[in-house]
Design a protein around this ligand. Structure first.
Ligand code: FES
Length: 163
């Protein structure tokens, strides 16, 4: 034998409950929209901001790869502070990487070398520097904020769509 509990509810009461639930959903959406408007930084962050690493994760003399606006990038902790650059080589678009034993950012395709402090070309065929990325330290985390020179980035074909 199974026990069954049944209760009845009038159509009118059911409609009132349904309208109440729908109203609650709309009200919560409106509250969220108001909060987002009042505190946009807390709600969505800066448009292109990317959390890269905690400050302890990248010791001085080392680096970490990350993606910025869909492009390979590299964060370096230099003796003089943090640096970040797009890692897509300005020659033919290969991905360059931090080479600590040679103290440069190295592109393996045609042996291009870039200065890890400035992104400038040290040697090889790359025609122009790696584009720099502005970074900030917040709450013990390193964030990539924006391209330092968006107009320069627009001139590099391999960075199309990254600005
Ligand atoms: S693609 Fe980097 S040196 Fe040629």
């Amino acid at each position: 034998m199974t026990d069954r509990i049944t209760f009845t509810i009038s159509r009118r009461k059911f409609a009132e409950i349904l309208i109440g639930l729908v109203s609650l959903l709309f009200a919560s959406g409106a509250v969220a929209a108001i909060l987002k408007y009042l505190w946009p930084q807390a709600a969505v962050g800066t448009s292109n901001e990317v959390k890269i690493a905690s400050v302890d994760e990248v010791p001085t003399g080392s680096a970490k790869k990350f993606l910025f606006n869909g492009k390979a990038a590299v964060l370096l902790k230099r003796p003089g502070g943090w640096r970040a650059f797009g890692a897509v080589c300005t020659h033919l678009g290969c991905i360059a990487y931090w080479k600590p034993d040679e103290n440069d950012i190295f592109c393996p395709c045609h042996l291009g070398r870039f200065d890890p402090d400035t992104g400038a070309v040290i040697s090889g065929p790359p025609p122009s520097p790696l584009p720099a990325i502005d970074i900030a330290i917040k709450g013990g985390e390193v964030y990539a904020l924006k391209w330092k020179d968006p107009d320069y980035v627009r001139t590099i074909s391999f960075y199309a769509g990254a600005v």
